[in-house]
Design a binder for this molecule. Structure first.
Ligand SMILES: [Cu+2]
Length: 617
């Protein structure tokens, strides 16, 4: 049995050397970046990710000792490492992956964002003919690689994803890359807990606020009374109390139990990647966390976002971006100084962060910035009409216009001055229809209707006036003085792959009861739900309405989610779409993949309920 031995915070551990050396013997390490010209990695510490390339792969699950906090635990590691090895493929190849399970429970691997036959998608009891990999057995996946870019792979069995079963996939294009770079790093963000994930889930079921220490104090109340007066304070409190909710509920599981990791390295130690001044460094950022959204920035460096969920987009330059669980972004940075730069990825609730350093010298580490203040939800986050509430949590000026307003670019709320829609004719957008006007690219014009199944004790909230909020960077990122990527910035670098108008629309409400920790779609949990049927070849619009106070990252397997961001000619493709609290969002799906597919919230502990099987026939 191989052993993962990582130093606990602040300690230098000689065993780490043995670990790194051991890996270097078996495969290349991602520490100096991967030379994009040759595809070969430099085998130098302190990067720790093993890179496996080619067309045939052996991947083995084993219970593996790991020590990230000073306490030894068992990881469900793949090939003995957390994260699992980086898999480097080439578009056009057919890959064969033999996965062997030495765990005591059934295992699986799902290739997240990959377009492949249902039988190879790796979701037990959902993918055609796949029932998981029993202990002691192997399953051989084989499929043609029909795309390029940054993806990832992870377990779809039990809560193995929480205990280390995830890794990066990098697919080199058959043709040249549209973006030149000198170095290439995968940055796998994740959340590790020493607790057994079954215990975390049971705790959430019993006491959903268990991990949230930010509930209000009497001092918060006094400050608010001073600010708003008693009547104003009472009115607001009544609303939250009626809903039995807290405006501090940002994450279910927090830094109280989590250690946030970058490429498997704790913040105390910090992952490091080398650069030389003036080089273009490509970072393939993957949110492989079980439950944590990350807000990532590199103080002192602009990031040019060139791909979202593996798909090339019109480059857009920002200071910060939010990654929902399972999302990936590729960015290019160009450090101009011989100094270390901190890669800072705060958890959305600011209960901790993952950290790394881009540095010209491995002896240097960057300064770690203060975390931002913990965010507080507003009425807009609850799907309420902000104008009517007269609330100032976020200037929703753009949404006040009857049409939902997005492309009008009247973003009085945050500084859009710096948003570089390079290549976009902003003048032309004035003439375009508004988001929510109904034609392909603009989202649905249908009114939001709550189904009968959305009423009852299993549901604690319904959004009254859910808005398209594509240009809203989201709770905790508004008005922070930085240019923050939003979905309104995403445009396909090429033409819309399927320009058809949708033949029909499907509304799906994301629903739940926070205090009971029950999650569902349309008020119906997975166990009670009929599969969602799509007709092979159809182009359908899916409208997601979030009737909860949490962000949900929704992932459709097997087919792209073509996100309607306001340009019918250049609709970007995603595999995972954040639906903000109290908001709506729409995407188009071409049902071009026969069989059974999973469709679910990618927050690990929401998945048991907020899940549908999709069947294309
Ligand atoms: Cu969710």
């Amino acid at each position: 049995m191989s052993r993962i031995s990582l130093p606990h915070p602040g300690a230098f551990s000689p065993s780490r050397r043995r670990f790194v050396t051991g890996l270097a013997a078996g495969g290349a390490l991602l520490g100096l970046g991967i030379n994009p010209a040759t595809g070969r990695a430099a085998a130098t510490p302190p990067g720790r990710q093993q890179v496996l390339s080619g067309t045939r792969f052996d991947l083995t699950y084993s219970p593996t000792p790991i020590n990230l906090t000073g306490a030894e635990r068992q990881a469900t590691a793949i090939n003995g490492t957390v994260p699992a090895p980086v898999l480097r493929w080439r578009e056009g190849d057919t890959v064969t992956l033999k996965v062997t399970n030495h765990l005591a429970e059934d295992a699986s691997i799902h290739w997240h964002g990959l377009i492949l036959p249902s039988s190879q998608d790796g979701v037990p009891h959902i993918s055609d003919g796949f029932e998981g990999i029993p202990p002691g057995e192997s399953f051989t996946y084989q499929f043609p690689v029909k795309q390029s870019g940054t993806y990832w792979y992870h377990s779809h069995s039990g809560f193995h994803e929480q205990t280390g079963s995830y890794g990066a996939i990098i697919i080199d294009p058959a043709g040249p890359e549209p973006f030149a770079c000198d170095r290439d790093y995968a940055l796998v963000l994740s959340d590790w807990s020493d607790e057994d994930p079954n215990h975390i889930y049971a705790t959430l079921k019993k006491l959903s606020h268990y991990y949230n220490f930010r509930e209000r104090t009497i001092f918060d109340a006094l400050a608010e009374i001073r600010e708003k007066g008693w009547a104003g304070y009472r009115a607001e409190r009544d609303m939250w109390d009626t809903m039995r909710m807290s405006d501090r509920d940002i994450s279910d599981v927090t830094g109280y139990t989590y250690t946030f990791l970058m490429n498997g390295v704790t913040p105390a130690e910090g992952w490091k990647g080398l650069f030389r001044r003036g080089e273009r460094v490509r970072l393939r950022i993957i949110n492989a966390a079980a439950m944590t959204f990350f807000d990532l920035r590199i103080p002192g460096l602009e990031m040019t976002v060139v791909a979202a969920d593996g798909q090339n987009i019109e480059p857009v330059t920002v200071d910060e971006l939010r990654l929902g669980v399972a999302e990936t972004y590729d960015v290019i940075v160009r450090p101009q100084d011989d100094r270390p730069y901190t890669v800072f990825a705060q958890a959305i609730d600011r209960s901790g962060y993952a950290r790394g350093t881009l540095t010209p010298d491995l002896a240097l580490a960057g300064e770690v910035p203060e975390m931002d203040p913990a965010p507080i939800l507003t009425h807009g986050d609850m799907g309420m009409d902000m104008a009517a509430m007269g609330h100032a949590g976020h200037d929703m000026g753009a949404n006040d216009s009857a049409d939902g307003g997005m492309p009008a670019m009247d973003h009085s709320g945050h500084d859009m001055g710096g948003m570089d829609h390079s290549g976009h004719d902003m003048g032309g957008m004035e003439a375009r229809p508004a988001i929510g006007s109904g034609t392909a690219g603009y989202g649905s014009s249908r009114p939001v209707v709550h189904a009968d199944t959305e009423y009852g004790p299993h549901i604690d909230m319904r959004a009254d006036a859910p808005q398209y909020r594509l240009d809203d960077p989201g709770v905790g990122l508004r008005d922070n003085g930085r240019r923050v990527l939003t979905y309104a910035d995403l445009f396909n670098i090429g033409a819309t792959p399927d320009p058809r108008e949708p033949g029909r629309e499907i509304d799906l409400h994301l629903t739940g009861n926070m205090s009971r920790y029950m999650w569902s779609m349309d008020g119906i949990k997975f166990a009670d739900a009929e599969p969602l049927g799509l007709k092979f070849g159809e182009r359908v619009r899916i409208n997601l309405i979030n009737d909860t106070m949490m962000n949900h990252p929704i992932h459709l397997h097997g087919m792209w989610s073509d996100l309607e961001t306001g340009d019918p000619g250049r609709i970007p493709r995603k595999h995972t779409v954040i639906v903000q609290p109290g908001a709506r969002i729409s995407y188009l799906v071409t049902a071009d993949a026969m069989g059974g597919w999973a469709y679910h919230c990618h927050l690990l502990y929401h998945m048991p309920g907020m899940f549908r099987k999709v069947v294309v026939s």
